[in-house]
Design a protein around this ligand. Structure first.
Ligand SMILES: [Cu+2]
Length: 490
């Protein structure tokens, strides 16, 4: 199917207008609240002493609406941060100026298929794509990144990713730390050559495992260090790595106080000693430096864990930061002492758990086996076909379903961070794996499935009809075709 017939196909599903324009269909007589021009451009930035580093990055400007809704940083590759309110209508004119086709996916957002950045929609160099959608999601830390077939890994790696932060009334009423105390923290691992240039996958083995860099970059910069005041902060943490997991913990052993996961606030803060954060997952932390003296430091670390893929060192590519090793992620240095610690609100939100008994397939959950077949990661034995939807990949609009992702395990099995487009889900349970603690609470759009592990999710298909993707968010696996379409039909 070519692009035009794909648009006709989506139009038949009510996803885009039948005129062949990429405008979404639903009630858009009015003007958007926020209009942004977002360009993907080759650029160079100063990360280290010596030569500047060549990157691909997003640059943007507000062309209509409040300019404060888009925040850019210069010497960083991360894209401008969107700050939008639930209910706002957003129009984004994407201009692709990198020398590859591209398209943007709004990770976690409940947008129509025409706005979701399916690889079929990729536009060539100098091409343009206009997104226009109403923000339906609850407040939370979402993000955006490219999604062209076979090219997502290198484009995200080159620097193309940014945060998309949504607020709503329920969240604003809590009075959580805001402004400079609402701190985005994007972790990504990268490898640089002696010329300060990015080095990506160099072997098929490295591709099969997923790329692992030899240092952690924070917010697209080399220096993972923050100057903070002695008071509480809201840290919005995104694991924006291609394939690396983190097991987050504080260096002083104090518990993590988790306020939110992928799809926003939890009912109550969750106190845990550590948490695994896979690629594409987000958590928000209440980080209170109020009892620290001026000049003192505390860091967020990644603690040791077994990342699968056989015995460490055998299959894992050589890196100065072995997957599962212990290392520092970011350091927080207190500039001015505070007056003691304060607690986050005890009640954050009112989420209700979806009832497994309400699922249309409660007795026979949809099962997706994740396995490696000779260097090829697959879902139920299949790989990506641009417009392929198998009979067992069709669901009914309005229904609730249980899906199980089953990592078939084995000697060389790898973790698979699974992501479903077009909706948020809840994690019902996980079993059979190594038993690490994951950010499974609340509304999710990405979930880790470890070797030998089975993870059950519950979801409702209520926002849009049409064809969406589900795939592994190990971006090398995704580019190898560990991705499929599913269809929400009436
Ligand atoms: Cu995978």
């Amino acid at each position: 199917m070519d692009r035009r017939s794909f648009i006709r196909f989506l139009a038949a599903l009510g996803a885009v207008s039948a005129t062949g324009s990429i405008w979404p269909s639903s009630g858009h007589a009015s003007e958007p609240d926020l209009e942004v021009e977002l360009r993907a451009v080759p650029d160079d930035i100063s990360l280290f002493a010596g030569p500047r580093t060549r990157v691909w990055r997003f640059k943007g400007e507000v062309t209509k609406g409040d300019p404060r809704q888009l925040q850019s940083a210069d010497e960083s590759w991360t894209g401008p941060i969107f700050r939008v309110r639930r209910g706002q209508r957003v129009r984004i004119r994407f201009k692709n100026l990198i020398p590859q086709e591209s398209i943007i996916h709004w990770h976690g957002l409940h947008v129509s298929p025409g706005n979701d950045g399916h690889p079929k929609m990729a536009v060539p160099t100098s091409g343009e794509y206009v997104y226009d959608f109403k923000v339906l999601n609850r407040a939370g830390t979402y993000w955006y990144h490219p999604h062209p077939h076979r090219l997502t890994g290198p484009q995200v790696y080159g620097g193309m990713a940014g945060l998309f932060l949504i607020s709503d009334q329920e969240e604003r009423a809590l009075g959580l730390p805001s402004g400079e105390y609402d701190l985005p923290v994007v972790f990504q691992d990268r490898t640089f050559g002696p010329d300060n240039q990015l080095v990506y996958v160099r072997s098929s083995r490295e591709r099969m495992n997923g790329f692992l860099g030899n240092r952690i970059m924070t917010n697209g910069q080399a220096e993972g260090s923050f100057s903070v005041k002695g008071r509480p902060y809201r840290l919005r943490i995104l694991n924006g790595s291609n394939s690396r997991m983190f097991r987050l913990g504080w260096s002083d052993g104090s518990p993590l106080r988790i306020l939110a996961t992928d799809g926003g606030l939890l009912n109550r803060p969750l106190n845990v000693p550590d948490i695994m954060l896979g690629p594409a997952e987000r958590i928000e932390l209440w980080a209170d430096f109020g009892d620290m003296s001026a000049g003192s430091e505390v860091s967020l670390q990644s603690l040791p864990f077994n990342p699968g893929g056989g015995r460490m060192g055998m299959m894992a590519p050589q890196t100065a930061l072995p997957h599962g090793a212990s290392y520092e992620l970011a350091r927080f240095r207190v500039s001015t002492a505070g007056q003691g610690r304060t607690s986050p609100p005890e009640r954050l939100a009112s989420l209700s758990a979806l009832d497994p008994a309400s699922a249309a397939n409660a007795d026979s959950p949809r099962r997706f086996y994740l396995s490696m077949n000779h260097m090829q990661p697959t879902i139920n034995g299949r790989t990506f076909g641009m417009s392929e939807v198998a009979p067992d990949e069709m669901v009914r609009f309005g229904e609730t379903e249980i899906w199980e992702f089953i990592n078939t395990g084995g000697m060389m099995a790898l973790p698979h961070p699974m992501h479903i487009h077009g909706l948020s889900f809840q994690v019902l349970w996980r079993s059979g794996g190594p038993g690490y603690r994951f950010a499974d609470q609340g509304w999710k759009d990405s979930v880790m499935v470890m070797p030998g592990e089975r993870v059950a999710l519950i979801m409702r298909f209520t926002d849009h009809k049409g064809m969406y993707l589900y795939h592994c968010h190990n971006l090398e696996h995704e580019d190898l075709g560990m991705m499929r379409n599913y269809l929400i039909r009436s």
